[in-house]
Design a protein around this ligand. Structure first.
Ligand SMILES: [Zn+2]
Ligand SMILES: [Zn+2]
Length: 354
């Protein structure tokens, strides 16, 4: 065969049948093959459902707390909606958001990458519809739905104002921790001070249990649970639970009389009281019902100056009134003129704490 005809045939074989440009194997060239492929897809619109009250976001039928501003959410929604086939290397997406109205935004998206060795580019528009719907939590809260109540009371006394504040603070800390770990329905719907203590109305049994446990851990005492059948839904029996927290009768720092001696309470769990005896600091414990009397709390003690000592008798100056008083020092307590000594004044005597 003459050389020239062989050359012509080879040229014909190596031309792209579609665009006439050279092709490696005589089939479609790279650019034409790539042009035939749909290497990305993008929906015309996406719908975002947001709770107008708390800003949480409904994703695949589930509510989640985001705290993400709308513009960032729009980027996220557009980015997730665009699909680029895995054969594209170095894929890139650039998005700009244009708000059209309070319930409609447009995402302009530009995609790029490399496919079969050819650079590719494309663009699309995604309409983002912002819909509002009250979330599960807000609708429960506004409908005063609840699953129980934590009642904080004290044994044989009324809880003190600082104890109620403390219990309320603990409850809010538990709520914050649960909500930030994704327990959306573990909310507190109401905290109310009652005649006997504090009532904390809660959205789930989980939070009720955790609040009761946390209060007892921090403040002593114990709790019991009391379920009450309130109805039936979809064949399931519905209960509300009362978590009854009993703060102990005695609390840390209480000055008590036990076995005829003064002592300072270290802690109490509602059954036993641990205390240190005054003045030697000996640690002991006794059942709560063996405590003879409660005379006060160290928080109410003051520092008195010792002005003289004669045997077991000392003279002290009341820091508030400047009045001097004589009292007996208990055996084993150190008190010399010039010392300062903590004293708890009760209605009829001075109790030297040391
Ligand atoms: Zn071609
Ligand atoms: Zn909400």
């Amino acid at each position: 065969m003459p050389k020239s005809s062989e050359f012509k045939i080879r040229i014909r074989e190596n031309i792209c049948p579609r665009c006439g440009r050279p092709s490696a194997d005589g089939g479609l060239c790279g650019a034409c093959r790539v042009a035939q492929l749909s290497w990305f897809s993008c929906p015309a619109r996406v719908v975002s459902i947001c709770c107008p009250s708390c800003g949480s976001w409904k994703e695949a039928g589930l509510w989640v707390d985001t705290g993400v501003p709308r513009e960032e959410l729009a980027y996220e929604l557009a980015r997730r909606a665009i699909h680029i086939i895995p054969e594209v290397s170095n894929p890139g997406v650039a998005i700009s958001i244009h708000d059209q109205s309070s319930n409609r935004s447009i995402a302009e998206c530009r995609m790029s990458g490399t496919l079969l060795g050819e650079p590719v580019e494309g663009s699309c528009q995604i309409e983002i519809l912002w819909q509002k719907e009250q979330c599960d939590r807000c609708s429960r809260m506004s409908g005063s739905y609840h699953e129980g109540v934590v009642q904080v009371r004290a044994t044989g006394r009324k809880p003190l104002p600082w104890e109620l504040r403390n219990a309320g603070r603990i409850a809010h800390e538990v709520e914050e921790a649960l909500v930030s770990s994704g327990e959306r329905l573990s909310f507190i719907s109401e905290i109310e001070e009652t005649r006997d203590g504090l009532d904390i109305t809660i959205g789930s049994q989980r939070i009720g249990q955790e609040i009761a446990t946390a209060i007892v851990r921090a403040m002593g005492g114990r709790y019991t649970t009391h379920p009450k059948l309130v109805g039936e839904r979809a064949g399931k029996r519905l209960f509300r639970i009362t978590y009854s927290v009993r703060l102990p009768k005695y609390m840390r720092g209480d000055i008590i009389v036990v076995h005829g001696r003064y002592a300072e309470v270290q802690n109490a769990d509602g059954r036993d009281v641990r205390f240190s005896e005054i003045p030697d600091g000996q640690q002991r414990s006794a059942p709560e019902n063996r405590i003879d009397a409660l005379v006060g709390n160290v928080r109410d003690a003051a520092e008195y100056l010792v002005v003289f000592r004669e045997g077991d008798t000392i003279g002290v100056l009341d820091p508030a009134t400047g009045e001097s008083t004589e009292c007996r020092i208990p055996p084993g307590m150190q008190a010399e003129p010039g010392d300062r000594i903590r004293i708890l004044r009760t209605a009829d005597e001075l109790i030297l704490l040391g």
